[in-house]
Write a protein that binds this ligand. Structure first.
Ligand code: DGY
Length: 323
């Protein structure tokens, strides 16, 4: 019997590519150059499964390509706003993602950005690298203390709760959150967290605001100029979720005019394009979408895709089915 054919759109950890290649007829992408729309369409027409990632925009136009052979899209990533899942559902395509395995590493990056922004670490690093450090002085690069401050989380899913755990137990921080639906009471109790009724309330009383909501139409520009103006002038905004949750033009204005003290960003609207205005600001820390970028996590993500694909091709329900 012929092995099912899979198309992997980007280079993956070698150990996972090897495991997949042992079981399936796999088309790898050794160049690691993102595939064009026409190539993605062709993949859906010629392979049994497409394995994309956040850099592949799997639009309705791509999904609706005629004469499809593919039955499943196994996304390498927990976020799946890169895929038009409604169109996939309509076309009878299964979509899976990779939850759980990247929770802690992404929360680590959120915490890293919080600390870097509060303590002006990126500014200090740039100063040394540009050979502009005049030596220690009492008023140089004075930031804000983190321990004991208030962290407001927008979204209270796995990654938000993992960050809250690090912040509460590691830095004695008070945890606030806003979430549209009520989380399990024991996770609230464990973190002694307080639920805010509105985003506005959370923004007004948090020293740090960290975003943990999905991207896409429902959360696009959730953080806009009006909401940034509600934050404290000493507060910092952290985004490890998706770039489009924040109106970047409004954030640039907020940072320029010091409506807020700083921002730490791991994700951007229109990645990998970065609004050049960010590059001229001292009070922003920029990372290149590093949330899940550890060896262990990237292997675990690949293995999670493999488990979902294996389930599907042995007529079982994939564990991480989204639609
Ligand atoms: C995720 O898993 O959602 C990461 O942001 C990479 O896509």
């Amino acid at each position: 019997m012929n092995k099912p054919k899979l198309v992997i759109t980007r280079k993956w950890p070698k150990s996972v590519e090897d495991q997949l290649s042992a079981l399936y007829d796999v088309q790898l992408n050794a160049t690691d150059i993102p595939m064009m729309d026409a190539e993605l369409k062709h993949a859906l027409q010629t392979a049994d499964a497409l394995l994309p990632t956040v850099t592949d925009k799997i639009t309705a136009d791509i999904i609706n390509v005629p004469n499809k052979r593919a039955k499943i899209i196994g996304n390498f990533g927990v976020g799946y706003n890169n895929i038009d899942v409604a169109a996939a559902k309509e076309q009878g395509l299964i979509v899976t993602n990779t939850p759980h395995v990247l929770t802690d590493c992404t929360a680590d990056i959120a915490m890293l950005l919080l600390l870097m922004s509060a303590r002006r670490a990126a500014e200090g690093s740039r100063m040394i690298q540009n050979q502009q450090w005049p030596g220690w002085c009492p008023t140089q690069l004075v930031g804000q203390k983190v321990t004991g401050k208030t962290l407001g989380l927008i979204g209270f899913g796995r990654i938000a709760q993992a960050m809250a755990k690090k912040a509460h137990f590691g830095f004695d921080m008070t945890i606030l959150f806003y979430a549209p639906s009520a989380p399990a009471q024991d996770s609230i109790d464990n973190l002694q967290a307080t639920r805010c009724n509105t985003i506005e309330e959370l923004l007004a009383i948090s020293d740090f605001v960290s975003l943990h909501c999905p991207g896409g139409v429902t959360t696009q520009h959730l953080i806009n100029e009006q909401r940034l103006k509600l934050m404290r002038p000493t507060a910092h905004l952290i985004n490890t979720a998706r770039g489009d949750v924040v109106d970047s033009k409004a954030l640039i204005k907020a940072l320029k005019h010091h409506w807020i003290a700083g921002a730490g960003l791991d994700v951007f609207e229109n990645e990998p394009h970065i609004d050049p205005a960010f590059l001229n600001l001292d009070n922003v820390t920029l990372l290149p979408h590093l949330g899940s970028a550890t060896e262990e996590t990237r292997v675990a993500m690949g293995e999670r895709v493999l488990q979902n694909i294996n389930a599907f091709f042995t007529n079982k329900e994939p564990g991480d089915r989204v639609v």
